[in-house]
Design a protein around this ligand. Structure first.
Ligand SMILES: [Zn+2]
Length: 347
């Protein structure tokens, strides 16, 4: 049982628990069943009156908490037992709504990113396993663990995109509402704190697509929670950006070195390669998107033999880049790339 969830903890004021005005220091929350048998009081003093049985059904932590015998003078609110939690009322209501009011809807509709964060945080803390798993599953859609999923999700939509020019998360129906670049920060902090290491390489890769000055920024979410990266993680992103630029330039160098061995239009192709090199070099200093499909290869005026040859080489390079993500970002603790057996460990 977490020590911040002690049901014996006294109210912060020395007041008559049953008398008029007894509730003055607390606020009644949006979820309040008059016949509920437990009031959960968030750290900001907002109370939610719900049912012990349902909480116990989902959570071993609550089950243990409720089996602790209560002293006769235990705090009460409107005659109902209370328990003080260290969670914010914003996080708590997001999860309580799912458990009590909205459970069926959860699995059929999108939820805000803050709800996914609360599901992961409280699902882990209170051992509500299905909430934690649902949150991780939704995050993995936007932070894929496998290259094929990454390709499906991000495709070539980034072609021509420059860092800092807006959100790059595609909308995936019935998952999370409007995932934004700032949510990468939340994901990294949560993945570290709540032991979901496999989310780190894709999160760091996506963070590396931001402009370097933006890596230092703080994200304040809809609930007013501030998310910022540790100085070590900021450094990892910057080091990783360098590694990704190097990978992009290595491919460009290979690509523009000479036409493919079986090229039938060597003169034309050599000229086109020089032209592509000139264009691509103007963007190479910020090209950290070494995993994004290089449509500029397919769109070039090379002969079809050359295009097939370089596309195939690019696919090999992309697989190598993916498998080395944890190395670029110095994520030594992560088993990467993910295999079937390592993926089971994220559960
Ligand atoms: Zn050619």
């Amino acid at each position: 049982m977490p020590d911040d969830a002690n049901p014996r903890k006294r109210a912060r004021t020395d007041r008559n628990d049953e008398g008029p005005g007894a509730d003055a220091t607390y606020t009644r929350g949006d979820l309040w069943y008059d016949d509920g048998n437990i009031i959960l009081i968030a750290e900001d003093g907002v109370g939610f009156r719900v049912y012990k049985g349902i909480l116990s059904q989902w959570s071993e932590v609550f089950r243990d908490m409720f089996t602790v015998p209560q002293p006769v003078d235990a705090e009460k609110w409107e005659g109902c037992a209370v328990v003080h939690l260290s969670d914010s009322s914003c996080s708590l209501i997001r999860v309580l709504r799912i458990l009590f009011a909205d459970e069926n809807a959860l699995f059929k509709r999108p939820v805000p990113f803050e709800t996914v964060a609360a599901m992961l945080q409280l699902g882990t803390k209170y051992q509500i396993h299905h909430l934690r798993q649902e949150a991780i599953g939704r995050l993995e859609i936007y932070f894929p663990l496998r290259l094929q999923d990454f390709k499906n999700r991000f495709g070539s939509d980034w072609e021509g995109r420059v860092p800092g020019d807006g959100n790059f998360f595609p909308r995936v129906h019935d998952t999370i509402d409007d995932v934004a670049e700032d949510d990468i920060w939340t994901t990294i902090v949560l993945a570290r704190a709540l032991d979901v290491p496999a989310l780190l390489p894709p999160s760091f890769y996506l963070a590396a697509q931001c402009l370097t000055p933006d890596v230092f920024r703080e994200h304040i979410d809809e609930d007013g929670v501030r998310w910022s990266l540790s100085s070590d993680d900021i450094q990892r992103i910057i080091v990783g950006q360098e590694a990704l630029r190097k990978r992009s330039i290595e491919f460009l160098d290979y690509f523009t070195d000479a036409p493919s061995p079986n090229c039938v239009e060597r003169r034309t192709c050599a000229k086109e390669l020089r032209s592509v090199r000139r264009d691509q070099l103007t963007e190479a200093h910020y090209d950290t998107s070494a995993l994004i499909h290089a449509t500029w290869v397919k769109n070039s005026d090379l002969c079809s033999t050359c295009i097939d040859y370089f596309v195939s080489h690019y696919e090999e390079e992309r697989t190598k880049t993916w498998s080395e993500l944890a190395v670029y970002f110095e994520l030594k603790e992560v088993e990467w790339p993910v295999t079937d057996s390592t993926e089971d460990q994220t559960s």
